[in-house]
Design a protein around this ligand. Structure first.
Ligand SMILES: [Zn+2]
Length: 312
């Protein structure tokens, strides 16, 4: 199986009551950790690259790394997706260079501009067999080069979704229902609650249409503890409770984005390794521990949050 678009995956996920994990990739070991977990649990997977990842690793490397994963795990349906494409040009570049899915994020612009840019991307992408995700409503938090103050974040207005989808022709829609980018989503002691009522209203207005949740890391406290016990200083990092994400995945949510949790796992593995083996200096030794954590986290997400095990 070559790289696929998410069209068939989302159809099955929607009716099957599960979601596909969209994990951010930045280097070889992250790609390996994610795809090995997906292969072992027979789960489809979305590998997504942000603008920051493309700048860090170079888009050519990322595409080739994903092609390698596709060759090594031919049984796993793999989508290569652009995360938070800032404009038409970036989306076009990815369409032209092997991505099977792109996101145009014009959610910070006025409604009409969001529609115009998203439609332009959808028209170009569809001509080339690529699918498109757009966003309505804005999330707070920091994700690579996307930073939104909490007071500027807004929930998605269900009154706008039908018009938006109809006029843009996009294939899936990211909505804001209380998820947030980054590790510092909420303060300890706060009780993060997703607005599942907004999700229900959106899916009532868009029957059968795939919904996407961004910023859906849960910031597992065991990894925060390992980081802090081995020289780190992460304070009050907390994420979205996994049971609420599982609930969302049972309904219209077909794609759940997870980045921060993988970063925490990678960092925890490397910090612990350095602390326990101060004499080691072979990158293969310590990065392998980070990679093992990435794999374990993706396995956990597939089983406990996404529900996509065995859905190949
Ligand atoms: Zn995002």
């Amino acid at each position: 199986m070559a790289l696929v678009t998410s069209t068939e995956l989302f159809k099955k996920a929607y009716t099957g009551g599960y979601a596909i994990g969209a994990f951010n990739i930045n280097n070889m070991e992250i790609v390996q950790g994610i795809t090995e977990a997906a292969a072992e649990l027979k789960s489809p997977v979305i590998l997504q690259a942000s603008k920051g990842a493309r700048k860090y690793a170079n888009s050519v490397y990322l595409v080739k790394l994903v092609e390698a994963a596709v060759e090594l795990h031919p049984e796993v349906p793999i989508v290569l997706h652009l995360d938070h494409g800032p404009d038409f040009e970036t989306c076009k570049d990815c369409v032209d260079h092997g991505f099977t899915s792109v996101m145009i994020d014009y959610s910070g612009h006025p409604f009409e501009e969001n529609i115009a840019e998203s439609r332009k991307v959808a028209e170009y992408a569809h001509e080339h067999g690529v699918v498109v995700e757009a966003e309505l409503g804005t999330l707070s938090g920091v994700e690579d080069e996307v930073s939104v103050e909490a007071d500027k974040a807004m929930y998605t207005d269900p009154d706008q979704v039908e018009e938006f989808v109809k006029r843009t022709g996009v294939d899936s829609l990211a909505i804001a229902i209380g998820t947030s980018h980054g590790a510092y989503k909420f303060k300890l002691g706060q009780n993060p609650k997703l607005r599942l009522d907004i999700l229900a209203e959106v899916s009532r207005r868009l029957p059968g249409f795939p919904i996407v949740l961004h910023g859906s890391s849960s910031v597992p406290q065991e990894y925060v503890k390992i980081i802090n016990a081995n020289g780190g200083a992460l304070k009050d990092a907390i994420g979205i409770p996994e049971d609420q994400l599982r609930e969302a995945a049972k309904g219209a949510v077909c794609k759940i984005n997870i980045d921060t949790d993988l970063r925490l796992g990678m960092t925890a593995g490397i910090r612990q390794h350095f602390n326990e083996h101060p004499d080691h200096f072979d990158p293969r030794q310590y990065i392998a521990d980070g990679r093992a954590n990435v794999k374990a986290i993706v396995e956990h997400k597939i089983r406990e949050v996404l529900g996509s095990e065995g859905k190949i």
